[in-house]
Write a protein that binds this ligand. Structure first.
Ligand SMILES: Nc1ncnc2c1ncn2[C@@H]1O[C@H](COP(=O)(O)OP(=O)(O)OP(=O)(O)O)[C@@H](O)[C@H]1O
Ligand SMILES: [Mg+2]
Length: 184
């Protein structure tokens, strides 16, 4: 299910597999030099999204949360590196600066950063923002007649919003919208 929210792209992911599929749909549009910032409360699906993205980029082996080591680097099938960072534990911006993500991106990697909004001042200004939220179950399917309000939380669907920051991503958000509409 898709829509336009705040001039970006809005997608409902009823299951964890759907969150992965959204990441996979983004894969052909990601290239070296890109930065993707993932925002959303604890457990909304940021790592799940990245797993779908990495898998579709041909990353082999497990893709796990980098919460403790801050950043993992994976080789993609295309030959460039995908950096997967999680800055949840970072207390000072300098720690993000020390990860040298913009430098590595400049040298030809692409970066996906969980809690990216916290580190935005130390990262590329031209980026894709993906925000994941817990959604009401009725966002994924109409409620059964007489059913009460459905809970919003970890067991329910997610709402993913894609927003281009800067010119680099605007056209690609449109392409992503087309890809998701076709179910590819
Ligand atoms: N669309 C969805 N519907 C239901 N469950 C989902 C959905 N997307 C992801 N999940 C589940 O949510 C849980 C948390 O996912 P994940 O670890 O990816 O979240 P996270 O945002 O990376 O968390 P953290 O903030 O701790 O890094 C997992 O069990 C995952 O399978
Ligand atoms: Mg995570």
């Amino acid at each position: 299910m898709m829509g336009d929210r705040q001039s970006g792209l809005c997608v409902i992911a009823p299951t964890s597999e759907d969150t992965e599929s959204c990441g996979a749909a983004l894969a052909p549009l990601v290239k070296p030099g890109d930065t993707v910032l993932l925002s959303g409360d604890l457990g909304t699906g940021k790592t799940t999204f990245t797993q779908g993205l990495a898998r579709a980029l041909g990353v082999e082996g497990p893709v796990t949360s980098p919460t403790f080591v801050l950043v993992h680097s994976y080789h993609t099938k295309a030959g460039w590196d995908l950096l997967h960072a999680d800055v949840w534990r970072v207390e000072q911006l300098q720690e993000v600066v020390d990860l040298a993500i913009p430098e590595l991106v400049e040298e030809g990697a692409a970066a996906v950063i969980e809690w990216g909004e916290r580190a935005a001042p130390a990262l590329a200004r031209d980026c894709l923002h993906v925000t994941i939220e817990f959604a009401d179950a009725s966002a994924a399917a109409p409620p059964a007649p007489g059913a009460g309000a459905s809970p919003v939380g970890p067991g329910g669907p997610r709402r993913l919003q894609f927003r281009a920051e800067g010119p680099n991503w605007q056209e690609r958000v449109r392409q992503l919208s087309d890809r998701l509409a076709k179910g590819s």
